[in-house]
Design a protein around this ligand. Structure first.
Ligand SMILES: N[C@@H](CCC(=O)N[C@@H](CS)C(=O)NCC(=O)O)C(=O)O
Length: 245
């Protein structure tokens, strides 16, 4: 553990939005490591809470040993290291500003639209009527945010320009929740949101996202070669000073 010099990114399962940023790490191609975090189990400890006070994934332990949380902050950390502009645009350009705009929308309105559906799922003691109200609210917001994202998209193959960027990565980690929560009728999905639907198919077929899913599922995976190995969560907690040595 002491010899690890690469940044370590936590990939939360099941269905973590973190799969999006794992996809981004793969596209970026710089050395990194991963830690799988069971969000229903090992994340619920005092040590993890000391590591990330919000008790969430994703989190990044940087190569300097700092702990950085929040999807947008980690996306910006990646952007600052993307000197070859593989997954981002030159700072100060309108493309860069627009990428930030789209990531912000995805990380707030689009992701937040699913919130009441997660609450409904976890509210085991609530009445069925209350849970159905939460699900109905979720369906309404998910449809609204899909309509808005569809309108923000152009004719291109990706959210911006002609290549995948951090915006597509953030998108793909969350867009799949629509299936899990049955938030939109599959018949309406392709018909009402043809660009979103096509983008999902394109990125979900991408080897980088396939790799992220394999990591999430805990099955052997061959990635780009940038991922230098899995690190046990306890080692990460120790490194961050959240666990007694
Ligand atoms: N604002 C945070 C939210 C992260 C978040 O919602 N993480 C979810 C998984 S995708 C989580 O850890 N949920 C567990 C919980 O809230 O109990 C970010 O953008 O990174």
């Amino acid at each position: 553990m002491h010899n690890i010099s690469e940044p370590i990114f936590t990939s939360g399962f099941p269905l973590g939005s973190s799969a999006g940023l794992v996809t981004a790490f793969e596209w970026l191609g710089q050395p990194y490591r991963l830690t799988r975090v069971d969000m229903l189990g090992e994340m619920r400890t005092d040590a993890y809470e000391r590591f990330n006070g919000r008790v969430e994934t994703p989190a990044l332990v940087t190569d300097e040993g700092h702990v950085l949380t929040e999807t947008m902050a980690i996306a910006l950390w990646l952007e600052a290291r993307d000197h070859e502009r593989r997954i981002s645009f030159a700072p100060g350009t309108f493309e860069a500003d627009r990428m930030h705009q789209i990531i912000a929308f995805l990380n707030t309105g689009f992701t937040g639209a699913f919130f009441s559906m997660w609450v409904a799922l976890e509210a085991e003691d609530a009445t069925e009527a209350y849970r159905e109200t939460l699900r109905a609210l979720g369906r309404e917001f998910v449809a609204k945010r899909h309509k808005q994202l569809e309108a923000m998209m152009g004719e291109g193959d990706y959210l911006l320009g002609d290549r995948p960027t951090l915006a597509d990565a953030v998108f793909v980690g969350v867009a799949r929740w629509v299936d899990f929560h049955e938030a939109i009728d599959p018949k309406d999905y392709e018909r009402n949101y043809p660009r979103i639907s096509a983008l999902r198919k394109r990125i979900e077929a991408d080897p980088a996202f396939r790799f992220a899913l394999a990591i999430e599922d805990g099955v052997p995976a061959v990635g780009s070669g940038a991922m230098k190995g899995l690190v046990p969560l306890n080692d990460v907690l120790k490194r961050a000073g959240a666990l007694d040595a």
